[in-house]
Design a protein around this ligand. Sequence first.
Ligand SMILES: *[C@@H]1O[C@H](CO)[C@@H](O)[C@H](O)[C@H]1NC(C)=O
Ligand SMILES: *[C@@H]1O[C@H](CO)[C@@H](O)[C@H](O)[C@H]1NC(C)=O
Ligand SMILES: *[C@@H]1O[C@H](CO)[C@@H](O)[C@H](O)[C@H]1NC(C)=O
Ligand SMILES: *[C@@H]1O[C@H](CO)[C@@H](O)[C@H](O)[C@H]1NC(C)=O
Ligand SMILES: *[C@@H]1O[C@H](CO)[C@@H](O)[C@H](O)[C@H]1NC(C)=O
Ligand SMILES: *[C@@H]1O[C@H](CO)[C@@H](O)[C@H](O)[C@H]1NC(C)=O
Length: 584
Amino acid sequence: NLLFFLFLETVSVLASRVVVEGCPLGQFPCGNMSVCLPQVLQCNGHRDCKNGADEEHCDDLPFHCCYYSFTIQPEPVIMCLMICFLALQQYPVSCDCTKTEVECVGVNLRVVPHLSSNVTWLSLKSNDLRELPDDVFSKYIDLQRLFLQNNSIHTVSSHAFSGLFRLRKLFLSQNFITSLGPDVFSDLHKLQWLVLDQNPLRSISHDIFTGLKSLIFLSMVNTSLVELSELSLCKYMPLLSWLDFAENQINVLNSSTFLACSELTVLSLRDNKIKTLPENTFQSLQALAELDLSCNRIADLPNSIFENLKSLLKLNISHNPLLRIHAGHFDHLVQLESLGLEDIEIPAIQTKMFLPMGKLTYIYFKDFQYCSYVPHVRKCKPNTDGISSFEDLLANVILRVSVWVMAFITCFGNLFVIGMRSCIRAENNLHAVCIKVLCCADCLMGVYLFFLGVFDVKFRGEYNRNALLWMESQECRTIGFLAMLSSEVSVLLLTYLTLEKFLVIMFPFSHLRPGKLQTGVVLVSIWLLGLLIAGIPLLSDDLFGNYYGRNGVCFPLHSDRLEKPTAKGYSTGIFLGDSFCLFV
Ligand SMILES: *[C@@H]1O[C@H](CO)[C@@H](O)[C@H](O)[C@H]1NC(C)=O
Ligand SMILES: *[C@@H]1O[C@H](CO)[C@@H](O)[C@H](O)[C@H]1NC(C)=O
Ligand SMILES: *[C@@H]1O[C@H](CO)[C@@H](O)[C@H](O)[C@H]1NC(C)=O
Ligand SMILES: *[C@@H]1O[C@H](CO)[C@@H](O)[C@H](O)[C@H]1NC(C)=O
Ligand SMILES: *[C@@H]1O[C@H](CO)[C@@H](O)[C@H](O)[C@H]1NC(C)=O
Ligand SMILES: *[C@@H]1O[C@H](CO)[C@@H](O)[C@H](O)[C@H]1NC(C)=O
């Protein structure tokens, strides 16, 4: 490195001798008069040159950079150097240059430095530029890329970029630009990229885009835009292919904003305040491949909003307060591969909503339960509801093992107790009967778990494809019914036994002990009540929906969100009733 620097140093000294304007290092030329004066005389407030050139551009010129390049013979190696003459302050300026590319990054420049006119690549990132006056770049006619990010630019004069006929990429992000005048980019006929992110622009007039006939990429992320022009953005930018308006404050879209944008492939309107979308907003976007409408305030999507988006591959409408998704919304999105519906409630979800999207591979929902409506999709998120996963009815190993273990223990344990009770003569016969009945009820739970285990094995690895059928099947309802019956009867019986014990303890000498008939009646009514509770939801599909088949384990858990209100009330009633009993 040191050697290289020494080499550069030498070359620079040589260069300064060879150089066009002919002034030795430490001196500066008086304009076009080929007179050289010592550097200290420049900008010292006194006219030392006859033509006054030494006092020109003084307040915007802390130093003066010249950019030279030359050829070393006999090899055609183009060398390039930049020699900076410090004019006012003696701080080091470290700009790097290779060939015709100059980089002055993070060196506190307050104005655009003077460079050789054949610079093609100029980076002035992270400096302290405040404004871009007229014609500031106009002599750099070869400039192809210009980076002005992270400065303090607040004023851009209307001719700041004039003459840059070859510019291809322009970066103006992270500045304080509040307005851009009409025709400000009008010379940039070759510009392909324009990045204006993070400027407090608020509004843009339609004609700032005049002349940008080659523009492909326009990014205006976080520019506080409130509305977009009512005239088509593509009138002046017919080749526009990538448009990013994320993180703005846009609240309305006019149906002509994207008119004629037939080349547009990516459009992001993420994180805005859009409430309504006119019916034909996207009608001319035949080439659109990606549309991001996430994090807006859209409550209603018009029926035919996606109708012309035949090439769409990716659609994200997550995080919108959408009230409903129509059955035919996605009918025309035949190419779609990824669909984001996170945080959206879809009460009327149906499998046929998603069937036209034959190529759909990824789908993202609010609830795991929705995944069962897209059996043909390869990846669905969320991937689990805690019990089932996309692949398996019982998602984790602990759950699987415990279902089998519990099934065996409950079945055989209870059968064993029943057997034992029958062999051993108990002093209190009636009590023994009660215990046996309790065991029977528990046994039903064992049966339920056993079937759950069996179906888990049956669907292993491909649960989601069978989930909907399974949850709507008679088997699911039946085992759900059994589980409910078992738990209700157990709870009621336990309550009864406890009450009885309590009475015996409180009034040991009274003859309140229930007789045979009484016990029989109580037991029968407990079973009837259990049957009633478990059976009612099966009576009316209208009121209760598919009460048991709302999740893979066919048991109404309290956290399910897809419930009908009646079903919800019913579950809550049972839950409270049970809690009350257990409390007693
Ligand atoms: C020299 O500069 C003066 C102004 O400083 C200008 O009027 C004149 O035309 C220039 N001459 C040449 C040959 O560029
Ligand atoms: C750049 O311009 C200088 C004169 O300003 C010229 O001598 C040099 O040859 C040019 N270099 C290239 C690579 O065009
Ligand atoms: C912006 O520039 C400042 C110096 O002017 C620098 O400290 C900071 O890291 C830069 N930020 C980014 C994001 O480049
Ligand atoms: C958006 O831009 C403003 C300045 O215009 C800045 O203060 C803010 O941090 C930016 N927000 C994000 C999320 O980048
Ligand atoms: C869209 O712009 C046109 C032309 O300016 C106007 O007539 C129309 O009312 C606007 N539509 C909406 C929904 O703002
Ligand atoms: C949809 O947008 C949200 C928010 O911008 C983002 O978190 C999510 O990852 C996106 N989903 C897809 C499928 O791209």
